[in-house]
Design a binder for this molecule. Sequence first.
Ligand SMILES: *Cc1c(COP(=O)(O)O)cnc(C)c1O
Length: 380
Amino acid sequence: MVVLEGQGCVVTDADGRAYLDLIGGLAVSTLGHAHPALVQAVTGQVARLAHISNLSLHEQEVRLAERLLALVGTEGRVFFANSGAEANEAAFKLVRKHAGADRTYVVAARDSFHGRTMGALSLTGAARARQSFEPFCAEVRHVAYGSVDELRSVVTPQCAAVFLEPVQGEAGVISPPPGYLRAARELCDSVGAVLVFDEVQSGIGRTGLWFAHQHEGVLPDVLTLAKGLGGGLPISACIGLGRYGLVFDQGDHGSTFGGNPVSCAAAHAVLDTVEGDGLLENATKTGALLASGLAAIDHPLLAGVRGIGLWQAVRLTEPRARSVETHARQAGFLINAVQPDVVRLSPPLILDADEAQSFVDALPELMTTALTDPAHEVAR
Ligand SMILES: *Cc1c(COP(=O)(O)O)cnc(C)c1O
């Protein structure tokens, strides 16, 4: 499939067919496609200043850093890069410098996803991303996501940091049990390990709050953001909260393109529109409509629905997610088989109730077709 253009939550392919985009660029296209605020911000900025070396600051990045810190609700420092993996690489370096040589390993969760560069991949627990690339340079101990007991056994004085997604995305939109993030916070504090929250996918309103950690009211020491921040323009951020903003000295880290003025202008348009158009409320409200509509479907292939805000996972009773994805596309819906038996929805935060309902109405028939499709794949 080759996509030509988009408007709102709809994209059009090279054959002129239209699709409701419930993937949202993998949780990137916060404002949908061709949103006037994004178009205006980007075109205005590229006509003013497209790039400047990181030997100087520019206005857009300074204001954006201040805005992000205000949304997190702390003092700190912000490093801008271009992708989620790079933001996590920055966090990894920060943690290493802070910890010193006596703390030999870091902790992350099984089935987690933190990116595909070698450092971020060493943190990533998902086997299908790791295989073929081991061994890694860093020692990372992976524990079951959501288990405080497993966390307690590895968060020792030799542990430099704990990297966690407050809600796991690529694993299939999995929230930890209540109290897990707070327990991670307390364990890290008890041994002096750094707590890093990877909100590359969960951040910027996806869950109905600016950041997923705000649902539990637990702050990390380092926070990484990317996907939804630029609304489609490449930008990511590694935020050192409080004294963790002071770990890097000048020259410790950098990026030629990171935080370029155009991407920063796009991020301002995203933040302005999320605020001005009530998109956090919409993520909560339309997300709840979508979730309850899906949960009410009675179908032999539907095992259940889980998720938060406009971030929902449809669980299947059989590994036929690929088939559901394919048949959905033929019916005009873009959805993502994130696991063999899980379909993920991460639509733009502008999705309205009618659009959500149109998918709820279409899903039973799609699942029936997928269930009777002889060509379905059993496992990925
Ligand atoms: C997508 C993702 C990344 C990697 O982001 P890239 O921009 O693809 O490098 C890292 N962490 C999480 C939680 C993600 O969902």
